[in-house]
Write a protein that binds this ligand. Structure first.
Ligand SMILES: Cc1cc2nc3c(=O)[nH]c(=O)nc-3n(C[C@H](O)[C@H](O)[C@H](O)COP(=O)(O)OP(=O)(O)OC[C@H]3O[C@@H](n4cnc5c(N)ncnc54)[C@H](O)[C@@H]3O)c2cc1C
Ligand code: FES
Length: 253
């Protein structure tokens, strides 16, 4: 993990309220695993806390994050222009370990799809991915080509304006028997992860399932305990350092 001063190469809106920023680092960003994240400065020392963003692509010296405009921090990142300097701490967290799995179901919703796209980029060609990605509506759809590059893609929208009318978990469950994955990986809002956990339990699906959690963060390196989550064994875990990826049965959702 390193703190680097990166140069903004590109920063643009790619779907409604979703932006992609590409930074050029002073050194190659090798050895990054999909699911790892970075803490990105918002370009002003008045904002001491950096914002955690999942790494969406890492190639050579260039690293891309996709982000949804939310509060002041993400709006400030959107104001960064080509040539501006931003400080970035990376890579953080554990990322998805796919092990020997070959047929992998990818279930993503909202901003959770961005780190999942990095997993597919990392393993393109050596794994079969069956992706189920959910958006609120078609105007929010993005990165669909990235998911298609990994194998089969089903798009789900809450309002039915594109693809399957419903959410990514429902689309995945409809298809589960046809694909019989040996691993499920997922990232999305807590309500989606809870629905996935409940459905796997109810249908007695014992396929290993890894989920990436999102918690409010401070330091991002395991020191401040802002990001603690509850584990099912009664212990606590730091999402930034012990995660953000956990076995779905290991954590309370
Ligand atoms: C491991 C991880 C990976 C993430 N990856 C992405 C991603 O790839 N794309 C994306 O759009 N968003 C991602 N998020 C969520 C993103 O960090 C928040 O949307 C962002 O910090 C909001 O900042 P803000 O100042 O615009 O909003 P505000 O609501 O004004 O933020 C105020 C404070 O709350 C924190 N905060 C607010 N929402 C969240 C949240 N959901 N998670 C963590 N901290 C939050 C902010 O960091 C800031 O310190 C990720 C979060 C985590 C923990
Ligand atoms: S954010 Fe500080 S311990 Fe996780």
């Amino acid at each position: 993990m390193k703190e680097l001063l990166a140069t903004v190469k590109d920063n643009r809106e790619i779907a409604k309220d979703i932006w992609a920023i590409t930074l050029t680092l002073p050194e190659p960003c090798g050895g990054i695993r999909g699911g790892q994240f970075a803490n990105l400065s918002v370009g002003d020392s008045a904002f001491l806390l950096k914002r955690p963003l999942g790494i969406c692509s890492a190639k050579g010296n260039d690293i891309t994050f996709c982000y949804q405009l939310k509060g002041e921090g993400t709006h400030r990142i959107a104001a960064a222009e080509r040539g501006d300097k931003l400080s970035v701490l990376l890579p953080l967290g554990n990322g998805f370990d796919l092990g020997e799995a070959k047929n992998i179901a990818v279930v993503g919703g909202g901003v959770g799809i961005f780190p999942l796209a990095a997993v597919i980029e990392e393993h393109a060609g050596d794994k079969n991915f069956f992706s189920y990605v959910g958006f609120r509506g078609k105007e929010y759809a993005c990165l669909t080509e990235r998911f298609k590059a990994g194998g089969a893609l089903t798009i789900a929208t809450d309002d039915g304006s594109m693809g399957f009318h419903g959410n990514a978990v429902q689309a995945f469950l409809n298809d589960y028997k046809n694909i019989s994955p040996d691993l499920i990986i997922s990232c999305g809002p807590p309500v989606m992860l809870r629905a996935l956990k409940g459905a796997l339990k109810e249908r007695k699906i014992s396929t290993k399932c890894l989920v990436s959690l999102e918690e409010r963060m401070g330091c991002g390196i395991g020191a401040c305990l802002v990001c603690v989550c509850k584990k099912t064994d009664g212990h606590n875990a730091r999402v930034c350092k012990d995660g953000p990826v956990f076995d779905i049965n290991e954590v309370e959702l």
